[in-house]
Design a protein around this ligand. Structure first.
Ligand SMILES: NC(=O)C1=CN([C@@H]2O[C@H](COP(=O)(O)OP(=O)(O)OC[C@H]3O[C@@H](n4cnc5c(N)ncnc54)[C@H](OP(=O)(O)O)[C@@H]3O)[C@@H](O)[C@H]2O)[C@@H](O)CC1
Ligand SMILES: Nc1ncnc2c1ncn2[C@@H]1O[C@H](COP(=O)(O)OP(=O)(O)O)[C@@H](O)[C@H]1O
Ligand SMILES: [K+]
Length: 598
């Protein structure tokens, strides 16, 4: 049984992220017992840096390393790591970006022969002359940036979980000179978060300094890392977009934290989770018991979306699909899926809007009218004044609202309504509700805006991207407290789940239609009320991503669970894969089920 427990713990460590506050709570008892966490953190960091140099064929004695050190414990971790590297022959310069340096770390570093460059004229670091002129401060800054640009490795230890707001001051200037300012990482998608191997390699200590630790937002300067060595537990920024794209490969140093005693703030779905949401056929099943999905998708303008959504749904383990749409779509759907049933009837879940143009257009009026009529059954009265119709809305089957149906969403809906926008669509939905936001704001702070959309509408929000974020209510939420406006006020009450299973090859026309169909089918087969809508939605994104990975033969993912420091699975370069079209993803759905269920 011990093995089983270890396996569970490992799964949680690799798929759950905890807020900075919880991480501090988890480290406290260990620190009180005198466990030398900083020494453990720095030894692991030094080891990872040495391994990276070895991988690139650079001997430690020949290497130039620049440590960017802040004045907190993150800088302390960096200084002790740098001490070990200097002690083993590396040439290491510590650049102090704050006014102070961790006392013991600094003393050890100097003893090991490390060099120090201080940038702040007002700094108070023993033995380092300060009070230099503004001109000299500028010279020193340029020299530090130049040194770092020509190093083999930059160790980024400016800020860790103690960051507040965007990086400012000297740390901010250093980060924007060496990295980027406020833009999301623009890098080639390589398997296992691999780097291109170009110097300087960047190793982030705990987290890349400057990214939003708890929300993964990018609002200021930071240095994208090739590798992040993180301590104790994953922080949300290592999992949430866009910060996760700035972390590179992640190594987690297990400090034996009491992870069971704390609620993760974000969880990444795994293959096991996805398999659990699949309803296995039963001996006495009928097509109706296996679930029926109704789709009102496609239009005269975009008939292909009807085919993609219907075919994807039909292949995602259900008994039947019903399709409603214009003649051209009906013909194409029947051609692609002769099993489809046309017209109205009982369903266990709906999918609406994929391939339906937004706004008023003549051709598609009928499609939008049908969707609008269906959506009225999901409209809730305002929070303060629940009425009997709300019960009917809560009793409606789950509904996926995609693309051209998003602007028809009622003001407030129950949580079995899952909206599936990309960043631009979420920005439009929020703008229509009075928020001042555009698509790039959503890309920079996706969690914030997904939470806002959930709070405003009550819907489960699936925000698409390389890492897809889903927010909504946990399974055990009771409706009475919702009606009193209880949800979303307290972030603990909101479930945040991500899936980063897909390779970037999936960013191709029609991929969203395929996801909508798969999600509709996965919702139709749920007969366990303990599974929350956000979990089902994230698992649909996982299955979709997995099928895309199979179709493109790619090992690249938006989020790769971390390697546990000290385990044997030292990183191997894996398959990059090849381009695909959305139909290829549908073709791989059966193989995905076979693989995940075996
Ligand atoms: N978890 C664990 O188990 C263990 C954790 N450990 C390590 O401790 C780290 C946490 O250390 P911490 O608490 O000292 O805070 P830290 O991240 O160094 O940040 C404070 C510094 O950042 C600065 N600063 C803040 N905001 C800023 C801004 N916007 N722009 C610019 N500067 C800003 C702030 O400056 P100030 O505001 O004081 O001027 C101060 O200098 C943690 O991440 C991990 O590495 C390990 O050693 C052991 C085990
Ligand atoms: N860089 C990426 N990496 C992985 N998956 C991606 C990436 N970009 C987009 N995707 C996925 O591809 C799909 C695109 O959907 P969408 O934008 O709605 O396309 P369409 O409207 O053409 O169907 C989403 O599931 C999204 O998560
Ligand atoms: K850092």
């Amino acid at each position: 049984m011990a093995g089983q427990t270890d396996e569970n713990r490992l799964h949680v460590l690799r798929h759950a992220a905890f807020t900075a506050r919880d991480v501090r709570e988890m480290e406290r008892p260990l620190l009180e017992n005198g466990v030398p966490l900083m020494r453990m953190a720095s030894a692991a960091t030094a080891h990872v840096v040495a391994e990276m140099l070895e991988d690139e064929g650079v001997a430690l004695e020949e290497s130039n390393i620049v440590l960017l050190a802040g004045s907190g414990d993150n800088g302390g971790d960096g200084l002790f790591a740098a001490t070990m590297l200097a002690g083993n022959g590396a040439s290491v310069t510590a650049v102090a970006v704050g006014r102070t340096l961790h006392g013991e770390g600094f003393a050890a570093f100097v003893r090991a022969g490390g060099k120090v460059l201080i940038l702040d004229p007002a700094s108070e670091i023993p033995g380092c002359a300060a009070g230099f002129s503004a001109g000299e401060a500028g010279e020193r800054l340029r020299a530090a940036v130049e040194l770092a640009q020509h190093a083999h490795v930059i160790i980024d230890a400016m800020t860790g979980i103690g960051l507040s707001g965007a990086l400012h001051g000297i740390a901010g200037t250093v980060a924007s000179s060496l990295g980027v300012d406020g833009t999301i990482p623009d890098r080639t998608a390589l398997p296992a978060g691999d780097s291109t191997g170009e110097f300087p390699l960047v190793v982030a200590v705990d987290v890349p300094s400057g990214v939003g630790v708890d929300d993964g937002a990018i609002t200021g300067p930071y240095i994208p890392a090739d590798v992040t060595v993180t301590f104790g537990a994953l922080k949300p920024c290592l999992m949430l977009p866009p910060a996760a794209y700035a972390c590179g490969r992640v190594t987690l140093v297990d400090f034996s934290f009491d992870i069971d005693g704390h609620m993760p703030f974000v969880e990444a779905v795994s293959g096991d989770n996805a398999a659990e949401t699949v309803r296995l056929p039963r001996l006495a099943d009928t097509k109706y018991l296996r679930g029926v999905t109704g789709l009102i998708t496609g239009s005269e303008r975009y008939p292909g979306a009807a085919v993609l959504s219907c075919k994807a749904a039909a292949k995602t383990n259900i008994g039947m699909i019903r399709y409603m749409g214009p003649q051209v779509c009906r013909d194409m759907v029947l051609d692609a899926v002769p099993e489809a049933v046309l017209g109205k009837g009982r369903v266990q879940a709906w999918v609406v809007g994929s391939g339906v143009p937004t706004g008023e257009t003549e051709d598609d009026d009928f499609q939008r009218e049908t969707i609008a009529k269906l959506l009225t059954h999901y409209a809730l009265s305002s929070d303060d004044d629940p009425d009997d119709d709300d019960d009917l809305a809560y009793d409606m089957p789950p509904l996926v609202v995609d693309a051209g149906a998003l602007d028809l969403l009622p003001d407030e809906v129950p949580p079995q309504v899952v909206i599936t926008p990309h960043a631009g669509e979420l920005a439009s939905l929020l703008t229509a509700r009075g928020e001042d936001v555009d698509a790039s704001d959503v890309q920079n702070e996706p969690l914030h805006w997904a939470l806002r959309a959930h709070e405003l509408t009550g819907a489960t929000v699936l925000l698409k991207g390389a890492v897809t974020i889903v927010v909504g209510e946990p399974a055990d939420t009771d409706r009475e407290s919702d009606a009193q406006g209880g949800f979303a006020d307290d972030e603990q009450h909101v479930r945040v789940v991500v899936s980063g299973r897909a390779p970037a090859w999936l960013g191709t026309a029609g991929a969203g239609d395929v996801l909508a169909g798969m999600l509709g089918a996965l919702l139709a087969q749920q007969d366990d009320e303990d599974v929350s809508a956000p979990d089902v939605a994230a698992c649909a994104a996982y299955l979709h991503g997995y099928a895309a990975a199979q179709a493109s033969q790619s090992d690249q993912r938006g989020f790769t669970p971390p390697t546990i420091y000290g385990s044997d699975d030292r990183h191997l370069r894996t398959k990059l894969g090849h381009p695909i079209v959305a139909s290829d993803v549908i073709g791989m759905i059966p193989a995905t089920f076979a693989e995940l269920l075996s």
